[in-house]
Design a protein around this ligand. Structure first.
Ligand SMILES: Nc1ncnc2c1ncn2[C@@H]1O[C@H](COP(=O)(O)OP(=O)(O)O)[C@@H](O)[C@H]1O
Ligand SMILES: [Mg+2]
Length: 269
């Protein structure tokens, strides 16, 4: 029987930074330490941990934009830091990202349509009519209107602009999207809407996600599996998100405690 190759595989990935300081003698920061993990097609892995635990660094390594000190990152079997630049460019279009701060991820002087069309034009030259049609379809797919293509970033709410960023990320029909705190700056109601959208899009477009967040509740909404990070290491893994209450590591427990239901409105203390 043929063994199915994982979509993404990390083998012993480590990365350190120098802490900086004006004399460049700052302490060494081990942002990622011997990380090994894999992701299957159509799977969502939640990557949680406190601020500074190395989640975003790992996200950038997975995206092929932050070279690890050692270890391998294989995406669709291609080593993202290997020598075969043609193969790397080919698979890179299947890898996209959505960041927390959608306002700084788009150019304020470009319309939503122009931002969404950017990845499309990087890989395939479209004529203006096709571009307008594809951008309109993408906007509708993320719950906006085709006419919104002519609006500028400041004319959208935070949630709407995050939808624009999602439309841009899915424009090339990627196989994997790294969502780095993609809903963290949104208020709870909008957060839930965007999480539902991401869940629907994943089914519709057969995508996988690496969902990075410090918010376990948001992760539980979307992820199938979980990896908890602390000081650059994966300290706990959960193969079934339904077992979330069985987490045992102190960091996991602290993250769990942070999402316990808040006091009901109107209850006085
Ligand atoms: N470019 C960089 N230069 C120096 N230190 C960095 C750099 N990027 C990240 N770090 C450090 O690496 C650690 C992990 O950071 P990060 O991956 O952003 O964590 P998280 O996303 O979990 O908050 C932190 O201590 C951070 O200060
Ligand atoms: Mg981060």
């Amino acid at each position: 029987m043929a063994v199915t190759q994982p979509l993404l595989e990390l083998r012993g990935v480590s990365k350190h930074f120098h802490g900086g300081g004006i004399f460049k003698q700052g302490r060494k920061v081990q942002a990622n330490k011997q990380i090994t993990l894999s992701l299957a097609a159509r799977e969502c892995l939640g990557l949680v941990g406190e601020s500074g635990s190395g989640k975003s660094t790992l996200g950038r390594i997975i995206l092929g934009i932050e070279k690890p000190d050692c270890g391998e990152v294989l995406f669709q079997g291609v080593n993202l830091y290997g020598k075969d630049k043609t193969a790397i460019r080919e698979v890179r279009r299947d890898l996209q990202v959505v960041f927390q701060d959608c306002f700084s991820s788009v150019n304020p002087r470009r319309t939503a349509g122009a931002s969404i069309a950017e990845p499309l034009n990087n890989f395939a030259r479209l004529n203006l009519r096709d571009e307008l049609r594809v951008v309109g379809e993408l906007l509708e797919l993320v719950g906006l209107k085709a006419e919104d293509a002519s609006k500028y970033p400041h004319q959208f709410s935070g949630g709407q602009l995050q939808r624009v960023c999602i439309a841009r990320a899915i424009s090339l029909r990627p196989k994997l999207i790294v969502l780095d705190e993609a809903v963290s700056s949104l208020d709870v109601l909008v957060q839930a809407q965007i999480l539902d959208l991401l869940s629907d899009l994943r089914d519709e477009l057969n995508m996988s996600y690496i969902f990075i967040s410090h918010d376990l509740a948001a992760v539980a909404h979307l992820a199938d599996r979980l990896a908890v990070m602390c000081l650059g290491e994966v300290v706990e893994r959960l193969d079934n998100i339904d077992d979330i209450n069985c987490l045992t590591h102190p960091v996991s427990k602290a993250l769990l405690a942070a999402v316990l239901p808040a006091q009901p409105v109107g209850s006085s203390s």
